[in-house]
Structure formats: C-alpha cells, structure tokens
Design a protein. Structure first.
Length: 361
C-alpha cells in the first residue's frame, strides 16, 4: 500500500484496491444506475444484492457493510447520499454524514484503507466542487486523530474541475515564472530586472571556496605571478584532499528534518500528519540517519514545518533536490510557499488539477 494518508486518483472505483470500497447506494435494497450499478456488476450482482437485502432500507447518511465478493476489497460500505435540491434542504450535513459514518464503519471493521467515490455527484446531482470540498474537509478532520489510508477516486477529468481566484492565480504564476526561466536559459535575461546578462553557455565554472586560509587566497590569486599561483594550487590540492573534505559533511536531510521539528517546537505526529505521510514511514525516517526521501516527500515535510522558500531550498538540497522554474510541480509549491499557504490538502488539490505528483508520494 502507498504511504500517503490521503490520495486522489483518477480511476474507476471498481478498479481501486483497498480494504473497503464505498458505494453510493440506493435507499432500498436494490441498485440503480451510476456508481451503484458499476459496483454491483463488478462485485457480482446476485451475491451482492442478496447481502444488501439483509440490511434492508438505509436512510440518507447511513452506512452499512457487505462482503466485496469479486472486487479488489474485503468490504463494500453502502451509504445513501443526498439528492441536490438547491442546497437549502440539509444536503451539506447529509453528505458529511455519508463520509463520517462510512469512515466509522471502516474503522469498526478494522480496515487500514478505504476508497470513496465523489458521493452524490452522479445521478443525485450534487455540485462537484461543493462535494469535493465536503469530502476533503471530513477526511482532513478524520486524519487528525486516526491512522487510515483514504483514497478519493475520481472517474474522469470532467468530474474534477478546480475554479476560483486562487487557482486562476496559480496558472498565471506558472506562466510568468516559466517565461522567466526560458528567458534566462536562452538569452541570459533577468525578467525581474528587465536587463540583459551575458549567457554562461560554455563558460568556465568557478569552483566553490575551499576551507581555511588557502581557499581564501585562491580568490585573490589573479594578482599573483604565475609561479606563485601554481605553487599555491599545488599546496591547496594537498590540503584539500578527499579525506579532508569528508570531515566537513553537512547534516543529512534526516538530521536537518529532526532539528527543524525541535526548533519549531512541533511534535512528530503533527508534522507527519501535515506532511500527509503515515506513521510507519515517519518511524523509518526517524530511525535512519541516511534516509533518502523522494522529492515529493521532502517537499511535503518542508511544508509541514512551515519553512520559507530559502529554508525549503536548503532542506531539499540536503536530499539532492531543488525547486526549479522549469518544473510545473516546483512552481506550484513555490507559489503556495510565497503566499504562506502550507496546507497539504489544498496544495494536493492544485497538484492533482495540474496532473502533477501529490505531496508525500
């Protein structure tokens, strides 16, 4: 199973592997069109219908389990979503109850993972954007106090359309920074200052400063005679051996992460939950000094620690990564950090909308 606590996937829910699959059920012990029919047909309609009839009628917001039969799951949790009637007839509270009660059933069954469709957005007509906000809100609240892998399965791209001022600003930010990166790479132009700079294609690279007095002297060597420069370089090569450099290693990514947790006064639990990773992965990170994270995991922890952009770049560098203006994922992360938004659920919605990897993956 993946180490994310919460994932959004574009997939038919009947194809998702989880301990429990949630079905948007008919109130009566029968099945109708949409997700309900798809789950019955995938599980085996006759066997599933017989189990569903033993439950009897379900009211809106209620949830009850059956075996999953041929699905990639152990259980199907049936819940009755509300029909949309304009939003003034308790639809929001009823939809929240579907998620809350389904999660409670999954917990009672001992499930470690559960997959939801976007409940009530099919034949029941619940607006997709509002339904998504409700689903993410309930899941976020649940994961604050529980350990569970939760999957939200979105069947097609039309079912997931982010809108609003914030997401429009992200697109504009990506376009702006992408143009800047291309100008700098191709022409040596700093778009922020609107000034031309000499391109460095093929130019000799200056080595980093070396430790001690010798390294400092090298930077003023241009004023020395050639013979003295040559002797100084020979001396520096001896003193700056590989063994000498290995004595000056920086903290590892894991060491820096744990230092930041202490420095910020956070607990381990609140940090790994903010990062959208599970307890097992964090235990592995804490126990291994040389732990090498994936980039999405490293970024997720930087956000969980509420680091600014410079601090984020420093932490990523210790794992061998960086944020770049030539990468859409990186630009989205940079946008949210610059705007002081560190909520991984909000950021993952934007990443998902732009078809990027999710934080923590």
């Amino acid at each position: 199973m993946p180490t994310l606590a919460f994932r959004i996937v574009r997939n038919d829910i009947t194809k998702v592997k989880a301990d429990a699959i949630v079905n948007t059920a008919n109130p009566e012990p029968t099945y109708a069109d949409g997700t309900d029919r798809a789950i019955y047909e995938a599980a085996g309609p006759e066997l599933l219908l017989a189990e569903r009839q033993r439950i009897g009628r379900l009211n809106v917001g209620q949830a009850a389990p059956t075996p999953a039969f041929a699905l990639h799951a152990r259980y199907i949790i049936h819940t009755v979503g509300p029909s949309w009637e304009g939003g003034d007839h308790g639809e929001t509270e009823a939809l929240r109850a579907c998620y809350i009660n389904s999660l409670a059933v999954a917990e009672e069954l001992g499930c470690e993972s559960v997959a939801f469709p976007l409940i009530s957005t099919g034949v029941y007509g619940f607006p997709k954007r509002e339904a998504l906000d409700i689903a993410v809100s309930v899941i976020r609240e649940y994961l604050q106090d529980h350990e569970m892998k939760i999957i939200l399965a979105v069947f097609d791209s039309e079912s997931f359309v982010l809108s609003g001022e914030v997401f429009d600003e992200i697109d504009a930010y990506i376009d702006e920074k992408t143009v800047e990166a291309r100008q700098k790479a191709e022409y040596g132009i700093d778009a922020d200052k609107n000034a031309r700079k000499p391109a460095r294609h093929g130019a000799a690279k200056m080595s980093a400063p070396m430790p001690g007095q010798v390294g400092q002297a090298l930077f003023s060597a241009s004023a020395m005679p050639d013979m003295e420069v040559e002797e100084l370089c020979e001396e520096s090569m001896v003193s700056d051996s590989l063994e000498e450099r290995m004595k000056h290693l920086d903290d590892t990514w894991q060491e820096a992460l744990l230092w930041w947790i202490d420095e910020k006064g956070y607990t381990d639990v609140e940090v790994y939950k903010r990062a959208n990773v599970d307890r097992k992965l964090f235990s592995k990170i804490r126990s291994k000094e040389e732990y090498q994270p994936k980039k999405m995991t490293a970024v997720a922890f930087a956000l969980a620690l509420r680091l600014n952009l410079d601090e984020t770049q420093d932490l990523l560098k210790r794992a061998g990564f960086a944020l770049s203006h030539s990468n859409k994922f990186d630009l989205i992360i940079e946008y949210f950090i610059e705007h002081g938004v560190y909520d991984t659920y909000t950021i993952n919605l934007a990443l998902f909308d732009h078809k990027q990897p999710l934080l923590g993956e």
